[in-house]
Design a protein. Structure first.
Length: 260
């Protein structure tokens, strides 16, 4: 009986010691877990920072692609202007050659000579007036050059003059678009929205239609008309889902919907 009691006491004693030892080991283990958690948190923060950097880089790349996309039409306009200028010079050379031929004809009488001289004088005057007036492409190119130089008021006047003189010209949709860009660059977002809207209504088949919708949407955001802007972004995405304008629209549309 006594032996049994001694065994029981020893069992209780040693089990109590084991429990105390386990209790003492808990704080170091908790500390190690906390250290590991801190390391994981730092790694997570670093990953988030890297993701943000990648997002910013992607936005910059998209922006450059967008700028290049918009400049392609303008490069084409420059080439067209050069071609037009060469054609005009050829025309002038042909005119001069014609005048030389007239001068080489013998004068049959004084009256005939006076008549030829008068005719030549009239042609020269008409030629001078014609050479002073810029061609449609030259007018467009001059306005665009002013825009590139940030002379927005001059550019605006030039593009408006093109629209006034050549409302159905091959560059009329481009001129209308850049009128909107002139206002946008000057911070007149209400006028910009209106002018971009004219591109959409008047030139539905223009290669500037997506760009006009995008910039009109941007203008509407500045005017606190986010719902209409979101609607335009949706139109762009549906109309041309693989375009640069659609990519920009998706991003901006998601930002606006998140803020609502």
């Amino acid at each position: 009986m006594i032996k049994k009691m001694i065994v029981v006491l020893f069992s209780i004693f040693f089990s109590g010691c084991a429990t105390m030892n386990e209790y003492k080991s808990i704080p170091p283990r908790v500390k190690k877990l906390e250290e590991k958690l801190n390391v994981l948190q730092k790694n997570y923060a670093g990953m988030n920072a890297r993701i943000d950097e990648l997002n910013i880089s992607a936005q910059i790349i998209d922006g450059k692609v967008d700028e290049n996309h918009y400049s392609m039409t303008d490069i084409s306009g420059r080439l067209d202007a050069i071609e037009s200028n060469l054609g005009q010079r050829l025309f002038l050379l042909e005119q001069k050659a014609g005048f030389s031929a007239i001068q080489s004809y013998p004068k049959s009488s004084s009256s005939t000579g006076q008549t030829q001289e008068q005719n030549r004088s009239k042609k020269e005057k008409k030629q001078t007036v014609k050479s002073q007036k810029p061609s449609p492409r030259q007018l467009y190119q001059a306005a665009y050059d002013d825009y590139v130089k940030r002379n927005y008021a001059l550019a605006l006047t030039g593009f408006q003059q093109y629209i006034k003189e050549y409302p159905r010209g091959e560059l009329s949709s481009g001129a209308q678009y850049w009128i909107g860009e002139c206002y946008y660059s000057q911070g007149d977002f209400k006028s910009a929205s209106s002018e971009f809207g004219k591109v959409i209504v008047r030139y539905p088949k223009s290669n500037k239609i997506l760009a006009a919708k995008l910039k009109k949407a941007y203008s509407l955001i500045q005017l606190d008309e986010e719902k209409e802007a979101i609607s335009l972004f949706g139109e762009i995405i549906d109309q041309s889902p693989l375009s640069t304008e659609a990519k920009l629209s998706k991003r901006k549309k998601a930002e606006l919907e998140k803020e609502e």
